[in-house]
Design a protein. Structure first.
Length: 413
């Protein structure tokens, strides 16, 4: 195994002998410019088995770091010790961009990138452990879209990591297969944790708080695959009430502030054993594509399925929330149904369903929304008729679905 320590490499680099001053090309000190140059070289030269150690300290960088190799590990001294700062980034826009499999990154922080913090494309056997991505100025539209962002990948483990301030999703997994996100923290993002167009995902023992929406499970059109089979369990999802600061036109721009867990147009989603509290629109939202701001845009794949199907909600602990929904339509609906001091039920359903697929007024048994969660009621907002005939319902959701198996990542311990 090849192991490279950036600090040691800098000692033997000629540029490291320069003290003080600024690099004319990069606006960094000579020491920082030498560190960046050597780190870029190590990524360029990396081979299977290479370990690149990032020493403790704050390391200013002004250019994206790109890795195109398999079997590489990038390892810091700790997420609060090894900090890669892209605050003055002039070339990117990502912080770290990876094209490779059997990749591990651990024990470091990435701050203030112009675009995505950590992006991984088309890889297999990806481990992200003890990584923090943050925009230190708080929740701003000018922040990068995604914090931790593996896409079109397989066998992904994200654990003990965090994201703060992403203008789209803090921890996002898209168009991927076999995913575990566990023991992570997401705060100050538009979407805390988002699973999109992904097959087989387990999201558990995470904390999502202080975002616009806590945990999202979405299917969007015109992507490489539809998603299904996601389990969301043993998470703490509370007080996700930050005003939506996504860029105009982004898919998550339609997520209402005060959304705890949101399922949109996905299928085979299991939500259980979570603590979900004090999300001011609703603790749980189940919706169709027609409720997003992408509806009616031209060029949608005619094979895209816009409806949520086979959603199973059971044994969660709901409390508070639903008392101050976002948006005029929902505010008006809340007051009309529950009064000024009332609140929505814990589960808000937009009311869209595949009318062509009903049997005796219900979806097929395998495609129903099933709620087995004590006295939890569902508000049917009647979105198809612009909220004209909303109702609070329980009977039609009294059913059970087969439970999904755990996600198995054979390449991980």
């Amino acid at each position: 195994m090849r192991q490279i320590t950036v600090a040691f490499a800098c000692l033997i680099a000629a540029a490291c002998g320069q003290q003080g001053g600024k690099s004319q090309s990069q606006g960094l000190t000579a020491d920082d410019a030498a560190f960046q140059k050597r780190l870029q070289e190590q990524l360029l030269d990396a081979k299977p088995g290479t370990v690149i150690d990032i020493p403790a300290g704050r390391h200013p960088l002004d250019r994206v770091l790109t890795l195109r190799a398999n079997g590489v590990t990038i390892r810091g001294a700790g997420l609060d010790k090894s900090i890669l700062s892209f605050k003055n980034e002039i070339s990117g826009p990502e912080g770290i961009l990876v094209y490779g499999s059997d990749f591990t990154i651990e024990n470091l922080s990435i701050e203030d990138t112009k675009g995505d913090g950590l992006k991984i494309n088309d890889g297999e056997n990806i481990t992200i452990r003890g990584v923090r991505v943050a925009w230190t100025g708080g929740s701003q539209t000018t922040n990068g879209a995604y914090g931790i962002y593996p896409v079109k990948s397989k066998n992904i483990l994200i654990e003990d990591s965090s994201s703060w301030g992403a203008s789209d999703a803090g921890i996002y997994v898209g168009q991927s297969t076999n995913v575990i996100v566990r023991r992570c923290h997401a705060e100050q993002n538009v979407a805390g944790i988002e699973i999109e167009n992904t097959i087989n995902a387990d999201v558990y023992e995470n904390v999502a708080t202080g975002n616009t929406g806590g945990i999202l499970v979405f299917n969007m059109p015109n992507l490489s695959q539809p998603g299904h089979s996601t389990r969301v369990f043993k998470n703490k999802v509370y007080q996700n009430n930050v005003a939506n600061f996504a860029a105009k036109g982004a898919a998550v721009a339609s997520v209402p502030a005060g959304a705890g867990v949101v399922v949109n147009s996905n299928s085979k989603v299991e939500i259980f054993d979570n603590d979900i509290a004090d999300n001011k629109t609703a603790n749980l939202i189940i919706s169709a594509y027609f409720s997003t701001n992408y509806y009616n845009k031209p060029g949608i794949d005619p094979n895209y399925d816009p409806y949520p199907r086979a959603i199973y909600v059971y044994d969660n602990r709901f409390s508070g929330g639903g008392d101050s929904p976002d948006g005029l339509d929902l505010k008006t609906l809340k007051v009309a149904m529950f009064g000024l001091n009332g609140h929505f039920p814990d589960i808000l359903w937009d009311g869209y369903r595949d009318e062509k697929n009903l049997v005796n007024g219900q979806p097929p048994a395998a495609e129903r929304i099933c709620i087995k969660n004590g006295n939890s009621a569902v508000l049917n907002a009647d979105g198809p008729h612009k909220y004209k005939n909303p109702s609070t319902e329980t009977a039609q959701f009294q059913c059970e679905l087969p439970k999904l198996p755990p996600v198995d990542l054979p390449a991980h311990t």
